[in-house]
Structures are given as C-alpha cells and as structure tokens.
Design a protein around this ligand. Sequence first.
Ligand code: CP
Length: 315
Amino acid sequence: MRNPQLNAQGELQHLLTIEGLPAAIIRQILDTAEPFVSIAEREVKKVPLLRGKSIFNLFFENSTRTRTTFEIAAKRLSADVINLNVGASSTAKGETLLDTVNNLSAMLADMFVVRHAQSGAAHLIAQHVAPHIHVINAGDGRHAHPTQGLLDMFTIRHYKGDFTRLVVAIVGDVLHSRVARSQIHALTTLGVPELRVIAPKTLLPTAVERLGVRVFHDLAQGLRGADVVIMLRLQSERMRGALLPSAQEYFKHYGLTPERLEVANPDVIVMHPGPMNRGVEIDSAVADGSHSVILPQVTFGIAVRMAVMAILAGN
Ligand code: CP
C-alpha cells in the first residue's frame, strides 16, 4: 500500500507522521534545515522560497512553541501566513472540520498546518484537499507530532553527530505522548542501537517493546550510560482517572535532578519538548543547567519547519 504522505514519485506530499517515513526523507529534511539555521544570523532573515504561497495555521489545541515557530518559519520563507483564530471561527458555531478546510481552500490555500485533539485529524484533511495543497500535522491527539520529532533529531545530530552509537532514554508519560511516538519512530529509523523508555507501568502503552525500545521502571538503571535524555511532561489533560498517587510522588521516583543525572554519560544532553513542569518531571537545576539543550531545541524548530515547508512546496 502506498504511504499516504508520499506522492507517486516517493516524494513528501504531506507530513502526517514519522511512522513509515523512509530514513532518506528524514535525512533530507535534516540536511535541508542546516543552511536555514544561519538565516537567523542575517540582518534580513528572509529567503524568497515560498513567496506568493498562502499558509494557514489551524490550531484547534493550545500551543506556544509549535504555532509560533511555524509562523516564523513561514515568514522567513516569505510566505503569507494566516492564523485561524479557532475560538472566534465558525467552528464554534458547529461547522465541521472539513467544511472549514473547504472554505479556506476556496481562499486559495497552499498549505495547512494543523493541530487537533483528535488523532487522525490531519490525515483526514490530507485525504480531502486538492492535490496541490500540502498538509502538515502539528500534533494530533496522542498519535503523532512529526515536526517535533524531526527537530529533536536535528538537535541530537547537532550535538552528537552519529545516531548509530547512541544510548537514548525517554523518561515519563509515554502513554499519552504523541511526541514520544514520533521520537521513537525517528530514532529507530535512524539506527539508534539502544533506545530506552523509563516510566511507571501505568504510563507506558501495552506492548511498547514492539516499537523497538527497552523498558525500565527504575530511573537510575535506565539513565546509566545514556548519551541523550528526553524528559516528557505528565499529560494530565489526556489522563482518564488517576494513574499516579501525586505529582510529588512522581517527582520522588522519576523527576530528573542533577544527582540522578550523574549516572548518565558525562557529556549527556537533556531535552524536553515543552511545555515543562518544573518540580514534576524535571528539577530547575537540570532544566537550566549545563547539560540542557531545551531552548536550542526551540530555535532549531524554526529551521526544521522551514525545511519541511520548503520541501513540500517543491514537490
Ligand atoms: N512541544 C510542543 O508541541 O509545544 P507547544 O504545545 O507549545 O506547541
């Protein structure tokens, strides 16, 4: 069966998920992003690659980093950016998602960037839009957040180089995390030999090992020798019922402190997709410490999102 995000030539038509995305396309995105990083250092932070294109940001869920960096990325590519104010849109009057998209398509949209609480929302839109329109998933339910996964890969490659010798540990609420799923698919596709998830049983999907990860329930054991540690937020908004005794109890067992990080490699990098809950999954001394690359992740996100939009517009 043809991958719904690739065109007949095997090129990227939409970016919906990292699952099933060929390693060559992931590398193409990371390589394309490299020169875009330096555009931020220019006096005029713009290139004309998307001049005349209209990009619609449709965020049906809250966002600080993703929405803003998509907007910056599109503007740096010289596109016209339209941010739909969902709260003030006709969605609030009962218009369906596809009717909203059809109406925006009639305004000659070239690309939709979509965040939605419902898994599969971006997929649905991609199935319905005209062939010249591209769709980017900016996070759908628990399913996928591909540009976050890609910017995380860019960050890891920037600091560590080769993926094929790394020990990577993902810590926390994997069960509810679309980011963790995208990271796991990207890291396995890029050949990371030792990928660990560290969490209580209640915060792991059933049969998570089938995704190619080693499971640890003890933080110290899972962090031992790690080159990269990725912390995840407790996604209380997606939890049905109490999966943990309390946030304090969680921090006691799974919160990352400088002392707990000592068992990792001395040059370990600590990542977090944000938003961070200080004192719940991560201590401020780590979040703001010398191993943290959390803010560079955000900056690299602009270049990676520019790369995704530039590649789509060229296909
Ligand atoms: N990492 C991430 O998706 O952050 P936002 O929710 O702020 O976009």
